[in-house]
Each structure stands twice: as structure tokens, then as C-alpha cells.
Design a protein around this ligand. Structure first.
Ligand SMILES: *[C@@H]1O[C@H](CO)[C@@H](O)[C@H](O)[C@H]1NC(C)=O
Ligand SMILES: [Cu+2]
Length: 172
């Protein structure tokens, strides 16, 4: 098939569109359990089951009498040291937008909570890398914001490819 200029333009527009669709993800940390030190939530496991991208939002839902959220450096994260955080959130329903690639470290600043497991390492990766892991690993998780967005991203692309082939069919 000849390389059609219109098709290239079409794909670029669709790429931007699909990217926009995939960027709206909002994740409540710990899902229904929220941000807690007593619910036996494995936050590393929770984080590992998601694909975080730039523009996604985290929601920390917790009782502000007993918990808070401190964004910290990697060193402070590993030491559970909340004395000089990058940012502090105390509302009980805090939204944090992941504005760049890389790690975001959060711990609870209340004594003993981080040590008890109330800590999370969020790795924000680039959108293209989300397409490389096999879909089967994603679909083993319960339907959540992550898998539904992954789904819509794929549907978006499938539609784009189908439309492109239809259009090229008309052109020749
Ligand atoms: C925690 O971090 C602060 C500032 O980075 C440092 O001064 C302090 O010694 C640390 N505390 C512990 C227990 O490591
Ligand atoms: Cu806490």
C-alpha cells in the first residue's frame, strides 16, 4: 500500500485523540480501603497493578484525625522520615496530579504508620510503555479505572486503524 499523506495526518490526529482519552485516569489510592495503616492494604502491590501516566490523578481518601499524606524523597521514603517533606496534604480527601515522569513517594506522617506499611511508591511511565506489557496481565485485575482506561485506549486505537483502512479503501 502506498504511503498516503492523508493517512499520516489522520494517524497523528488519532494519536493525539487516543492519548487524550488515556490521560484522564483518576486512582483512589488503596481503592475502597483508602489511605490507611490498619486495613492490611499492600500499597506496593496496588501500585504495581496500575500503569501511571503523566496527567493522572491520585486521590488519598482517609480520616484526617489519624492520617496525613507527605510526599517525600526516595531517601526519606526508605527511612520513613517525614520531617522534611516535599509536600504535605492533610484534608482527608487529597488529590495529587502526577505531573512528570519518574517516582513519586508518599508516606503517612503519623508515628509508626509508614513503618506499618502506609507508604507508596508511584512510578509514572511514558504512555508508549503502557502498550508493551501483554494485555493478559492487565485484565487479571478487577475492572478498575486502570483496566477500563487501558481498554478504552485499545478500543480507540482499534477504531483508528479500522477507520484508516476504510478511508484508504475509498481512496484507491
Ligand atoms: C530525617 O530527615 C531530616 C532531614 O532530612 C534529618 O535531619 C533527620 O536526621 C532525619 N531523621 C532520621 C531519624 O533519620
Ligand atoms: Cu497514617
Amino acid at each position: 500500500m502506498a504511503f498516503d499523506k492523508n493517512m499520516v495526518i489522520f494517524f497523528l490526529i488519532f494519536m493525539a485523540f487516543c492519548r487524550g482519552v488515556s490521560m484522564a485516569a483518576v486512582y483512589q489510592v488503596g481503592d475502597s480501603a483508602g489511605w490507611t495503616s490498619v486495613g492490611q492494604v499492600d500499597y506496593q502491590e496496588w501500585a504495581a497493578s496500575k500503569n501511571f501516566h503523566v496527567g493522572d490523578t491520585l486521590v488519598f481518601n482517609y480520616n484526617s484525625q489519624f492520617h496525613n499524606v507527605k510526599q517525600v524523597t526516595q531517601q526519606a521514603f526508605e527511612a520513613c522520615n517525614a520531617t522534611s517533606p516535599i509536600a504535605t496534604y492533610t484534608n482527608g480527601y487529597d488529590t495529587v496530579t502526577l505531573e512528570k515522569l519518574g517516582h513519586f513517594y508518599f508516606i503517612c506522617g503519623y508515628p509508626g504508620h509508614c513503618q506499618a506499611g502506609q507508604q507508596i511508591d508511584i512510578l509514572v511511565s511514558s504512555p508508549t510503555s503502557s502498550l508493551s506489557p501483554s494485555p493478559s496481565t492487565d485484565q487479571t485485575t478487577e475492572p478498575s479505572a486502570a483496566s477500563s482506561l487501558y481498554f478504552s485506549y485499545n478500543v480507540c486505537w482499534t477504531l483508528g486503524v479500522l477507520l484508516a483502512f476504510c478511508l484508504s479503501g475509498f481512496a484507491y
